[in-house]
Design a protein around this ligand. Structure first.
Ligand code: UTP
Length: 287
């Protein structure tokens, strides 16, 4: 079945970026001049997705406004003949339909995804997390859709991670199937270095079959009341095969400060209108 819908969970509190995220969403922080969430929405659009479901929470209204039509702004740009800017602000709202669902409390990624059960219905769907910004020739979610279309099973994106950092991720135990394709045998959330079953960490891109919803309904919350997607996937594994795909592209963990800074610098250096001047500036820095 074709992947038509993508889910964007954006209801997290963004505590790692406080105080910036006290009154404005982390997803609206810009890399150069574009909010993080727009990079990920564009990835989905470039992969052929035209229906986007955002799971939002308190204080996230700026995201809805960002993807909506802005009559006053568009009218002003038209009046001033700023056609290129006008095209830029209209592009996305013309291409996709957005739905917004509230997660009343941030009770985990699994809990957030479960909120979309009725809107998704009985079809496979994509999930994209805005913390992971990936620079690639082929949109990473497209790479995953291609694997889904070949094998017809849920597919999760994985990346080889330095052992020192593995404890921050969900990690898979797996066996190789094909070039960069693995069958998931088990998965562990944030294992210690010695307990990690591999160096393949789960990254924020997924293609999930609709059976994930019953799996998440069976998933017990942890001590803090959160329902983890990884635990839901472990339930799904009892019922269905899951594959992992080592995607091609450079990922930035924009959900933490150092990752965000690296992404800012590298995206600016790649920009044709800024790259040369910015490179010169960086070379001349004496700190
Ligand atoms: P994170 O835990 O990495 O993001 O969740 P966070 O909670 O926003 O940030 P920190 O850790 O407090 O700094 C991963 C993704 O899942 C979403 C987040 O918005 C993020 O995209 N999420 C998380 C939800 O939508 N709901 C939740 O209850 C938890």
């Amino acid at each position: 079945m074709k992947i038509r819908k993508a889910v964007f969970p954006v209801a997290g509190l963004g505590t790692r970026f406080l105080p910036a995220t006290k009154a404005s969403p982390k997803e609206m922080m810009p890399l150069v001049d574009k909010p993080l969430i727009q990079y990920v929405v564009e990835e989905a659009i470039d992969a052929g997705i035209r229906e986007i479901i955002m799971i939002t929470g308190r204080g996230k209204n700026a995201i809805e406004d960002h993807f909506d039509i802005s009559f006053e702004l568009e009218h002003t740009l038209k009046g001033k003949n700023k056609n290129k800017l006008l095209e830029e602000v209209q592009k996305i709202s013309n291409l996709v339909d957005f739905w917004y669902i509230r997660q009343k409390e941030p009770l985990g990624l699994g809990h957030a995804i479960l909120r979309t059960k009725d809107l998704i219905g009985n079809e496979p769907f994509a999930v994209l997390l805005g913390d992971d910004i990936i620079y690639s020739d082929i949109p990473v979610i497209r790479q995953l859709i291609d694997i889904y279309e070949r094998y017809n099973v849920s597919v999760i994106a994985v990346e080889k991670i330095d052992r020192k950092e593995i404890s921050s991720y969900g990690v898979i135990e797996c066996k190789g199937i094909d070039d960069s394709v693995y069958q998931v045998l088990d998965m562990v959330e944030k294992p210690s270095i010695s307990e990690a079953p591999s160096d393949l960490a789960i990254i924020g891109r997924y293609i999930l079959t609709p059976e994930i919803f019953t799996a998440l309904e069976k998933t017990e919350p942890d001590k803090s009341g959160e329902i983890h997607l990884t635990y839901g996937l472990r339930h799904l594994l009892k019922q269905q095969v899951i594959y992992a795909f080592q995607f091609k592209g450079k990922r930035y963990d924009a959900g933490n400060k150092l990752g965000f800074l690296k992404a800012t610098v590298e995206f600016a250096l790649r920009r044709p209108d800024l790259g040369d001047d910015f490179r010169e500036y960086l070379k001349g820095l004496e700190l």
